[in-house]
Design a protein around this ligand. Sequence first.
Ligand code: NAP
Length: 230
Amino acid sequence: MNENAIAILGGTGDQGLGLALRFAKAGQPVVIGSRKLDRALEAAEKVRQAVPGADVEGLANEDATPRAPIVILSVPFEHFASTVKGIKEKLADGQVVVSMGVPLAAAVGDGAVRTLGIWQGSCAELVKSLVPKGVDVVSAFQNVSAHRLQHLEEPVECDVIVSGAKASRERVMALCELVPGLRGIDGGPLSNARIVESVTALLIGLNIRYKVSEGLGIRLTGLPGESSGS
Ligand SMILES: NC(=O)c1ccc[n+]([C@@H]2O[C@H](COP(=O)([O-])OP(=O)(O)OC[C@H]3O[C@@H](n4cnc5c(N)ncnc54)[C@H](OP(=O)(O)O)[C@@H]3O)[C@@H](O)[C@H]2O)c1
């Protein structure tokens, strides 16, 4: 395992590919996972085209999982449980699984501007209930737009609220700082993921009302150490 690598399962999709591009651009080794090896290879090639010299490889999800200490799940909410069950045996103590899933009501044919109630409280806590005991789960990146991640020429301009056990969330907050414009915010315990996930549904509604095709992000103001800009 390369200690600096980041695995992104479902990294063939909009959000995962966006993160892969950004982390590759920051010089991190990236492993893109897919259910199909050829799709993973194709996505890795896209990253290489956009970021010459990128250290990126494509593998099947189950082979990508043991390759990195941090494994980001980037599949639609309705496929989280089956995806986690499919890689569970490949996870080892000390690995951190990042959930950026949002339980949008669209998963059951309703709108994308509302979330579903999840028995465990959030998508991230559902993941926590499924991974082996020694594996931590961190919630992050739900409020970042795929479109903005993929446009490498612009900073992303979004705060990322990161929740989970302290040491693990600090590792993921450090990842945020690698991407121009992203800022990791200490979001406390994993149970706060339910609030962060529901903000995404709110942002989708705002995107519609304000006709923002690039996707809105969030910014907190007044944090200690922040310059007023004046
Ligand atoms: N798009 C955004 O702007 C955005 C913003 C914030 C958060 N998110 C979150 O990020 C995650 C990924 O979003 P996305 O827009 O990238 O999704 P997506 O493009 O619809 O799907 C991502 C990947 O999921 C995999 N997938 C599809 N069906 C699957 C199934 N039945 N079982 C297992 N894997 C399956 C596919 O990878 P393979 O076919 O290669 O396996 C696909 O490329 C979601 O949880 C979403 O809520 C997205």
